[in-house]
Design a protein around this ligand. Structure first.
Ligand code: FCB
Length: 513
């Protein structure tokens, strides 16, 4: 797999965790036809989830809403990016997508039909503040207000992710996330949401996968605004850390019943060898890719992501920032898609390595160089089977990651904010979508989650990605993660077999249904 394909396939995982010698699953139950990483049928049969477990589905504003310039919405960075020739596969845009803006009632009816208990959605900042600051677009408020009411009427908990990657273009034009002023603007936006919806929403996550949009947007240029400079990434990430802290306080100030958590992207990182150097590299990867925004919140400090001291100057760190960043998150939400194998990039023959240097930056014309600060080499293994997006399926990674975060952060309340897989199954002649592979995927990951719960992890929710097939970022409409199929020619929704199965899981708290 070449580097670009690797990077593309990586952003859903986007991270790693140090697992060597500490709860690392050395023995995976391989009985399902000896597929590496597969869970034994007996474990699936016996898996149980606690009463009140929150079964959910997740989505994101830009990926589903469409209506990109309707009812006063401002332009976002993803509007601009997708309208730029050559950025998205097939020239696709989110202009219409699943037109959820007009079909939201139908989509919530699907949630209800599938017995969902939690719906994780995100808000489009430019729909509410068209230029990112000041003026509020009442029609944007009205849309989310109607949506939230409908979710509550269906008996489902609304979980609001405030920012799932779509920034008002006006703020990108002011320098985007490397501009520290965005921390304050974001907190204002979060406060507006909490003021208008805090009577009905109690579950808030400021950012979806902050490492991904800062690194892909400013470090390697694969996401908007398409910049490729490691220092810009460091600055963007620091602003986001400040924004997370400021938003936490703004939400709590506006809504007494608010709880604030997260929706980080995480992947367990397994050292390539047992050498001290590789284990240290895996620890740096975990720090950089998994907990760079979590450690700052819980401890007010950057984790040890760099070979030397954190590059405070390049980050734009100011005295007192540690206090701004530090906020005791009420619960921790993270996604799991796939794992990583990590080795130390300081030693060995790099030229013979395939894969991806974790903090590689890409210059104009595809020339690549590595930052000297993290020195990690990242591989995506292919020992287990691959999804149709090319991601390795590794269910034990769910157990390992949940247990690791539980240990490191003092047994927090955990929500799995995303887990899912890309398969392209479409309706057959009988109108069914027999996506058995997706059922197997979720069943196996859930069995590993049940094992973590049985071993003491305080997991209260699981959100499958995703409610309906949608715009998959730079891959456009070439990837389908939905538990509901969408025919983008006519907006017809068809619940896939995986969706029907998940609906049964949600009432029975068991997997063999
Ligand atoms: C996650 C993103 C989500 C979607 C899935 C496949 O990383 O949060 O928007 O792209 O991957």
């Amino acid at each position: 797999m070449d580097r670009r394909t690797f990077v593309k396939n990586s952003f859903v995982a986007a991270s790693g965790a140090l697992l060597a010698n500490r709860g690392f699953t050395t023995k995976s139950p391989l009985s399902q036809k000896n597929v590496p990483g597969a869970v034994a049928p007996s474990e699936i049969d016996s898996a149980r989830f606690p009463d009140g477990f929150l079964w959910g589905l997740a989505s994101a504003s830009y990926q589903i809403e469409g209506a990109w310039n309707t009812d006063g919405k401002g332009e976002s960075n993803w509007d601009r990016f997708s309208h730029t020739v050559g950025k998205i596969k097939g020239g696709a845009t989110g202009d219409v997508s699943c037109d959820h803006y007009h079909h939201y009632k139908e989509d919530i009816a699907i949630l209800k039909r599938l017995n969902q208990k939690s719906y994780r959605f995100s808000t489009s900042w430019a729909r509410i503040q068209p230029t990112g600051t000041g003026l509020i677009n009442q029609k944007g408020i009205d849309f989310y207000s109607r949506l939230i009411d409908a979710v509550l009427e269906a008996g489902i908990r609304p979980f609001c992710t405030i920012y799932h990657w779509d920034l008002p273009q006006a703020l990108e034009d002011r320098g985007g996330w490397p501009n520290r002023d965005l921390a304050g603007y974001f907190a204002d936006f979060a406060g507006i949401l909490a003021k208008h919806f805090g009577d009905r929403i109690t579950t808030w996550a400021p950012f979806n996968m902050p490492w991904t949009f800062t690194y892909y947007g400013y470090g390697i240029g694969m996401f908007p605004p398409g910049k490729a400079n490691f220092d810009h990434f460091l600055k963007a990430a620091h602003t986001v850390n400040l924004a997370q802290g400021e938003a936490f306080r703004a939400i709590k100030a506006a809504s007494a019943k608010a709880t604030v958590g997260s929706a980080y992207g995480m992947a367990p990182a397994y050292p390539k060898t047992d050498s001290e150097a590789d284990r240290a590299a895996a620890a740096r990867y975990h720090a950089m890719n998994n907990v760079y925004f979590l450690n700052t919140a819980m401890h007010g400090q950057y984790p040890k992501a760099f070979v030397g001291e954190p590059p405070y100057e390049s980050m734009g760190f100011k005295p007192g920032d540690e206090k701004i960043m530090k906020v005791p998150l009420d619960w921790l939400g993270f996604h799991y898609y796939t794992r990583r194998i990590i080795s130390d990039a300081q030693s060995g023959s790099l030229s013979s390595m395939t894969g991806h240097f974790g903090t590689e930056t890409e210059g104009e014309g595809g020339s690549a160089s590595r930052d000297p600060l993290t020195q990690i080499h990242v591989e995506m293994p292919a020992e287990g089977p691959l999804t149709e997006a090319g991601l390795e399926i590794w269910p034990p990674g769910m157990y390992d990651l949940v247990m690791q975060i539980s240990r490191e952060f003092n047994d927090p309340i955990i929500e799995i904010s995303e887990n899912g897989c890309c398969y392209l199954d479409a309706p057959d002649e009988t109108g069914h979508v027999p996506d058995t592979r997706r059922i197997v995927f979720h069943r196996q990951h859930l069995a590993e989650l049940a094992r973590a719960i049985a071993d003491g992890a305080k997991v209260r929710a699981y959100h499958a990605w995703t409610l309906v097939d949608n715009f998959e970022w730079t891959d456009g409409y070439t990837q389908r993660y939905g538990l509901t199929h969408v025919d983008f020619r006519n907006q017809k929704r068809t619940i896939k077999d995986s969706g029907l199965w998940y609906g049964r899981v949600s009432v029975s708290n068991r997997l063999n249904v």
